[in-house]
Design a protein around this ligand. Structure first.
Ligand code: CAA
Length: 466
């Protein structure tokens, strides 16, 4: 890989982790599946919905939305990303000890999606080939996959039979037609191969967490689309990520992994910062909130105050509404400050490249951020990545990982080129697919898994179409 580093970093060497003789565990490979249909948001969609395209591209940060065809669902997409992962990394079914699936688009209230996925993969690898592999579904809104990753990493650390693990994120993000959530939909799956001595990222096994009961986004039983309190969901996301960041900072200091010196901040030790990406603009809001929160404890505070003045303080205002307005204005000034913009473009911006053309894939979107950095060749051995995962309801988990020396040995994925090959669909076709009214697939399936029928009991039948 030939990515250029633009900011001074304080990365650690990869040789010093872990220190107690255990092998590092982490992400060895990553595969991304995106449906072959795409709805451009700046043409017919913005016209018919009466939305200024500038709002979508700049205000939300989205240009195109991936749309699943009639034969696709979260299970077929998961099977597609797993098949690609196995082919890319030459994995045999019997090597995989566990497949954990993070999803909030489950195809069944009881049956684990991974069993459908295994059923599909066995159509390629032979019946019974995954018999000894266990599979569990993790539901925690958009953070499910990250909890799956955390749990699988603990299992892998103690595994002594040479088995490997797979974590799959697969989701169809769906809101009612013509609602404000509509332009933050998307669909896709990411499969992560977890191994000892991984080629891409070694997890530092420091997880900072935050949980609070919230009604920001949920999908009551039987509902096909999410209920969302949009602006409130943005605020819950920010509160949770800041909470998880503080928890991470304390744990990283206790473990001696990140111990900021005089005037230093925790984010000085992070080279690339990834966030959950419900829409790319949210990553801007989130990074501004995290960097501001962190920098106000370090030497950056003076420079920031020199540029945009001191932060408003609640005790200086008699009217809470006046304070809130001043605080919102200060946040906007911070997000436009030269200090922040420089760090944002060096450490954050490129994580949202793929999401601009795919949309929200819920549980997998933060790992789409990782795929973006790989695609753009932005990672260098020894760099530290910070991950801020968020799930509505709500929870956040902040963790870190170190880029490994073998990162350049992986085959390219060509994702940006693959996105260009998708078929653009009309608004009317998108609406039919959205409402489940499209009887035939728009593109006849070929070399892929397809839902062939749902029988009288509700059991789903899948096939591999070659
Ligand atoms: N040109 C440029 N920018 C424009 C514009 C124009 N013509 N018109 C508006 N904008 C800007 C606005 O100024 C605003 O930016 P600022 O915040 O900088 O002011 C931005 O576009 C957004 O516009 P609105 O404030 O009008 O927002 P909206 O009504 O379109 O709603 C949303 C946005 C709340 C995200 C809505 O799409 C939604 O509810 N989405 C689903 C929920 C969601 O994604 N929540 C995120 C947190 S929860 C989570 O992360 C879990 C998950 O995956 C769902």
């Amino acid at each position: 890989m030939t990515g250029k580093k633009e900011m001074p970093t304080m990365s650690r060497s990869t040789e010093d982790m872990p220190k107690d003789g255990r092998q590092a565990v982490g992400i060895d490979d990553i595969s991304v599946y995106v449906p072959g249909l795409v709805l451009p948001l700046t043409g017919e969609f913005s016209q018919k919905r009466g939305i200024d395209p500038g709002k979508l591209v700049k205000g939300i940060g989205i240009e195109q939305m991936a749309v699943p065809d009639a034969h696709e669902d979260a299970a077929t997409m998961a099977a597609m990303s797993l098949l690609d992962l196995m082919k890319r990394s030459h994995i045999r079914p019997e090597e995989i000890g566990k497949i954990y699936v993070g999803t909030e688009s489950s195809t069944d209230e009881a049956k684990a999606m991974g069993t459908y996925v295994i059923g599909m993969l066995e159509k390629v690898y032979g019946r019974g080939s995954f018999q000894e592999c266990s599979t569990v579904e993790f539901k925690a809104a958009c953070i499910g996959t990250t909890f799956a990753l955390e749990n699988l990493s603990y299992w892998l650390a103690g595994e002594d039979e040479g088995k490997i693990g797979v974590v799959i994120a697969s989701d169809v993000a769906k809101y009612p037609l013509a609602s404000p959530g509509e332009y933050t939909q998307g669909a896709g799956s990411v499969a992560l191969l977890l191994k000892k001595n991984p080629r891409i990222l070694a997890l530092e096994q420091i997880y900072g967490s935050f949980t609070r009961d919230e009604n920001d986004f949920f999908r009551p039983m039987g509902c096909k689309t999410a209920v969302v309190n949009g602006k409130h969901s943005n605020q819950c996301y920010l509160d949770a990520v800041i909470g998880a960041f503080d928890s991470f900072a304390q744990r990283a200091a206790r473990k001696g992994a990140i111990v900021p010196g005089e005037g230093q901040c925790v984010t000085d030790f992070i080279d690339h910062q990834l966030f959950h990406i419900p829409y790319p603009r949210m990553v801007e809001y989130a990074s501004a909130a995290v960097f501001r929160h962190d920098w106000m404890k370090g030497s950056q505070k003076k420079e920031i105050e020199g540029e945009i003045g001191p932060e408003p303080k609640a005790q200086d205002f008699r009217d809470p509404a006046e304070y809130q307005a001043k605080e919102a204005a200060y946040s906007r000034s911070f997000a436009r400050s030269s200090q922040f913009l420089q760090v944002y473009s060096a450490k954050v911006r490129d994580t949202a490249t793929l999401s601009r053309k795919i949309g929200n894939i819920y549980t997998g979107s933060i790992y789409l951020g990782l795929a973006s950095l790989l695609e753009l060749e932005r990672l260098l051995a020894g760099q530290r990545l910070g991950f801020a995962a968020y799930g509505s309801g709500c929870s956040a988990l902040f963790f870190s990982a170190i880029v490994q020396p073998d990162i350049g040995s992986l085959p390219r994925r060509g994702l940006i080129e693959r996105l260009e090959e998708r078929r653009q669909i009309t608004l009317s076709d998108y609406e039919k697919l959205h409402e489940g009214m499209m009887e035939e697939s728009l593109v006849t399936p070929e070399m892929e898994f397809a839902l062939s029928k749902i029988d009288h009991q509700g059991y789903r039948h899948y096939e591999f179409v070659d």
